[in-house]
Design a protein around this ligand. Structure first.
Ligand code: ATP
Length: 557
């Protein structure tokens, strides 16, 4: 990823806050400079004879107020806006994730996203929280050195040489730290992956001792220990550099005291220089201590910016804040068509990519369509294309005969309620659903004794696997959208309910005018479909209307 692009993203994120951040920093710098001037005033007071003049006292008081107020105001503003920047960052990344094409999100592993959303954003947060402190420390250092120069060129040069030595020592330790910190972030990604394994895979790990030992003993502990080793090596180096820097400072003060006669420096200058040098040692160490934090923040910022840039190809017209749901009319369809559509996953390693298509295929409103075929034949990929989640690489998706353009995709997707095989169960109802209808549906799906709707939330989602899927179906039912898409919905249902689903619920939904696209392996129930589309190796190999025997008058179907 190019540096300019990273900086572009960083600047864009910070832009709304520039004026206030600059103001806080300027106030902090003024406070820092006032502190340095205060030191000069104290030194002047020490050598002002027996009585201290009023003007000196007034200057002392004024500088005290400036120093204290500047530091406090700058710190307060900075921490408020530091937190706002972090909130903006969190929202920006989340918005990018919501607007990114599904294929781009699938290419990212979820633990990588979580690692950026938590680890990297927190690191940047820690830095911004202290930002004004660093600016003030820098201002005190610059002001103090300016005062040293006004006192004596020799003292100033000596101080500059010792500071330069300290900087060189710190830079050497810093370089090692930057190299290590990149590795720390890689290990942190691995740690997040293993955190997911021990939470999402808790049951499997209870049952499989070898896997548990490998996950904990090798992978998780390995990542945690690697991070600890790298960070403690970095901190050791940092403290050694810090101690060496301090030693250089004290040696310089010693030199000044020992050689003041030879250097021709009088006592007033020496006392002023020593006061300033001893005072400025704190801010200098604060800046040196900030360098690792600064580097971590820089690397984390680069990772955030890289992720932001990778997710930059967002889909157009995806509203996130506008409250559009409540009054939006329920959209209607006549037909959905895939015309000459192909889609290929990118090749990984030496494995040939899966290619779907070319597909020509039309669904008409009110159809009860089954998509069937072996595992891996492309059924889920086909519905992701139908839903407008994957973009056809060739050909087009049409709604009522009109090509669905990128800017219309979000509106088009509002036609559908979906229950994927890896669905996410939300515990609330959103606009479009009528809460008062929930009870009968929960009853109908046999879960009314377990879960109710309270306000717009279901009382629980702690249900069995099959019951959770029934709750997802209740939600799809209540959403009143014209097309319902289910991917192996009945796979977790008991035989009785499986029959209810195919022979009662699907026909009932169809009778209400819904279009139903059902991925199924249940060949016992294929007869309920109006039409069966069979997939094989990414192609449609059969597309048949189901022939039902004509009923003789008075015959019960
Ligand atoms: N994100 C992905 N990246 C790369 N290849 C993928 C991805 N998702 C699916 N595939 C590949 O595409 C092929 C079709 O997958 P798809 O999920 O569409 O099959 P399916 O017919 O729904 O299978 P199943 O009945 O097992 O659910 C598979 O061979 C799979 O390996």
């Amino acid at each position: 990823m190019k540096q300019e692009k990273i900086f572009g993203v960083v600047f864009r994120l910070l832009r709304p806050f520039w004026p206030v951040v600059v103001f806080a920093t300027v106030v902090g710098i003024l406070g820092g400079l006032a502190t340095a001037w205060l030191l000069a005033t104290i030194n002047a007071g020490l050598h002002d004879g027996d009585t201290i003049s009023f003007s000196l006292l007034a200057r002392f008081a004024g500088l005290c107020v400036l120093s204290v107020a500047g530091t406090a105001i700058s710190g307060a503003i900075n921490s408020i806006f530091g937190q706002r920047i972090i909130a903006a960052l969190r929202k920006d990344i989340s918005a990018r994730i919501l607007r990114a094409p599904i294929a781009a999100l699938e290419a990212h592993r979820s633990w990588r996203l979580m690692s950026v959303l938590t680890g990297d954003v927190d690191t940047v947060s820690a830095f911004t929280f202290n930002f004004s402190g660093y600016a003030i420390a820098l201002a005190i250092t610059i002001g103090s050195f300016a005062y040293l120069l006004s006192l004596s060129t020799v003292v100033f040069l000596l101080a500059v040489v010792s500071l330069a030595l300290g900087i060189v020592i710190n830079m050497i330790s810093q370089r090692a730290w930057i190299r290590d910190y990149q590795e720390v972030r890689v290990a942190q990604d691995e740690l997040h992956k293993q955190y997911r394994a021990i939470t999402d895979g808790a049951k499997e790990l209870k049952i499989s001792r070898p896997r548990r030992e490998r996950v904990f003993g090798v992978l998780l502990s390995g990542a945690a220990d690697r991070i600890a080793a790298l960070k403690s090596r970095a901190m050791r180096l940092h403290w050694i550099a810090d101690a060496a820097g301090s030693a250089v400072f004290f040696v310089m003060i010693g030199l000044l005291l020992a050689c003041r006669k030879q250097l021709g420096i009088d006592n007033a200058v020496i006392s002023g220089a020593v006061i300033v040098l001893l005072y400025v040692k704190g801010p200098v160490e604060q800046i040196a201590g900030a360098l690792p934090v600064f580097d971590q923040a820089r690397i984390s910022f680069a990772r955030i910016a890289a992720l932001s840039a990778e997710l930059d190809q967002h889909e157009p017209n995806i509203p996130l804040l506008a409250d559009t749901g409540g009054n939006a009319p329920i959209p209607a369809i006549q037909s959905i068509e895939l015309r000459g559509v192909t889609y290929a996953f990118s090749a990984r390693d030496d494995i040939a990519p899966f290619i779907l298509g070319p597909i020509d295929f039309t669904i008409h409103a009110g159809e009860l369509l089954f998509i069937v075929g072996e595992n891996g034949s492309g059924k889920t990929t086909l519905i992701k294309l139908l839903l407008g989640l994957y973009m056809p690489q060739q050909g087009s998706l049409l709604h009522d005969g009109i090509v669905v353009m990128p800017e219309d995709r979000d509106r088009y997707r509002q036609l559908f309620s979906t229950i994927f095989s890896d669905y996410y169960l939300f515990d609330d109802l959103v606009y479009g659903a009528l809460p008062e209808e929930a009870g009968p549906h929960l009853q109908r799906l046999g879960i009314a004794h377990k879960v109710r709707l309270q306000d717009d939330h279901f009382t629980t989602t702690d249900l069995s696997t099959g019951q959770r899927k029934r709750l997802a179906l209740v939600q799809a039912w209540l959403e009143r959208r014209p097309v319902i898409v289910t991917d192996e919905w009945a796979a977790d249902q008991d035989p009785d309910f499986r029959r209810v689903f195919y022979e009662e619920l699907l026909p009932e939904l169809k009778a209400q005018g819904r279009t139903l696209i059902v991925i199924s392996h249940d060949d016992r129930y294929f007869h309920v479909a109006d039409r069966i589309v069979r997939m094989e190796n990414g192609r449609i190999v059969e597309d048949d209307r189901v022939q039902r025997p004509r009923l003789v008058e008075g015959e019960v179907p």
